[in-house]
Structures are given as C-alpha cells and as structure tokens.
Ligand binder design. Sequence first.
Ligand code: ATP
Ligand code: MG
Length: 240
Amino acid sequence: MTETPANGKEALRIADLHAWYGESHVLHGMDLSISRGEVVALLGRNGAGRTTTLKSVLGLVGRRTGTIRVNGIETVQMPTHRIAHLGIGYCPEERGIYASLSAEENLLLPPKVQEGGMAVDEIYQMFPNLKDRRKSQGTRLSGGEQQMLAMARILRTGAHLLLLDEITEGLAPVIVQMLGRVVRKLKERGFTVVLVEQNFRFAATVADRHYLIEHGRIVDMIPNAELEAKMDKVREYLGV
Ligand SMILES: Nc1ncnc2c1ncn2[C@@H]1O[C@H](COP(=O)(O)OP(=O)(O)OP(=O)(O)O)[C@@H](O)[C@H]1O
Ligand SMILES: [Mg+2]
C-alpha cells in the first residue's frame, strides 16, 4: 500500500502498528494517514480491529509497537493523559454516560485538553435536544440523546482530532441523519474525524475516504467518490 508522504497537514499517521491485549495479538501492521480536516471511516467486520485501532491511538490497549504520530508528534511511548492533551477526543462505543449525573453535568465533566473548545451555548446550538434535556438524569436519556451527549462533551475539551466509535449503532434513521449533519458541520469547522462504522451507507454521507480493515490490517483505501463503484468489494469485506 502506498503511503502518503509526511507533511505538516497530517493529523494522524499510523505505521506498522501492532497491538496486543495480554497475549492476544490483534493489530498486525496497521498503516494509515489522515490529514487535518479530513473525515475518514474505518470499515470492517466485527472483530476486525477497528475499536482497537482507536484505543491504540490513546494507549488504551495492553501493548502497542510501531508509529503513531499525532500532528507529527510520536506518541507510542506516551501515557494516555499526555496523548489526550495533544488534542484528541474519544467517543467510545459504550458511550460512557454517567447515570447518576444530569445531561449537563455529564457535558461539563471531561477536562479540557487544549484551548479553544466549544462553548456550552454553541454545543447546545449543535444539539438542541440536549439543551431541552439538560436537567435530565443520564439514565433517563434515550439512546440517541446519550450518543449526542457522548459526542457533545468531547467538543468542549478543545480536542480537534475526534475518534468516534460506532456512533450510529442502534439508532433510529432520523437520529442517524442528525448525527450526519453534526459530523459535516464539524468538518466545516476544521475538525479531523476518524469514524468507526458498520453502517457504510452512513459513512458514505460524511467521509472523504474509507479504510477497509481485516484481521488487524488495512486491506484497501477507497475515496468516497469511488465507493459506489467498489460496493461489491466493500460488501465482501464487511460480509453484508
Ligand atoms: N479487552 C480485550 N481483550 C482481549 N481481546 C480483545 C479485547 N478487546 C477486543 N479483543 C479482540 O480483539 C479483536 C479486535 O477487536 P475490536 O474490538 O478492535 O473489533 P472491532 O473491529 O471494533 O469490532 P466490533 O466492535 O464489532 O467487536 C477481536 O478478536 C476481539 O475479540
Ligand atoms: Mg468495535
């Protein structure tokens, strides 16, 4: 696979990344490069290693080797909190909303990682439902509201590289469309977004490029404009 040459515009560069959980070797030489302001999807079957790729960026796996550069800075030896302070926001698959806190308390919880985070008012403009529900307890929010909240709260932190894991999973089409509008707005504002998706139809509405992952490696990279023409291949890799 050809590599994009390193340049000052690179938000994330992963090269020859291997990752383990205990004895279990899960990523086998991952290579990818994402420019600032790009929205890129990681597509693959269950267990392909998509979540592990995001976790590896933050140092949340047992062990990793290789290269992970964030804005040109090598992070593979860094502890998680230092990596986060390079401006990374992670929205995990399980969302991690605190049940006993209100929506607004959840929103205000994550510490700032950099200057220039979005103000709460701006965030409520982007997610009007959350404003209406700001006093509601975490447990009383719908799945869609919890997902919006999980995304909203990383925007306050000043992170500019957003790692979003399966944000559309299990949500109604109208919510999925709304999240699509949010991701497109974030792109307009210059955020870099890495999106793990099972739903390639959604990915096609927001992503500039798609990496296909199989058995812990990148097996293809497809620009969004070519996705339609390569749909047979995509389906084969995703097993759908
Ligand atoms: N904490 C863990 N300990 C041991 N093995 C794990 C752990 N988490 C994931 N794995 C294994 O690593 C492989 C990759 O998992 P990963 O979570 O990255 O998959 P994925 O592509 O995100 O798919 P999905 O989210 O559908 O499970 C799988 O074989 C999975 O069983
Ligand atoms: Mg996953």
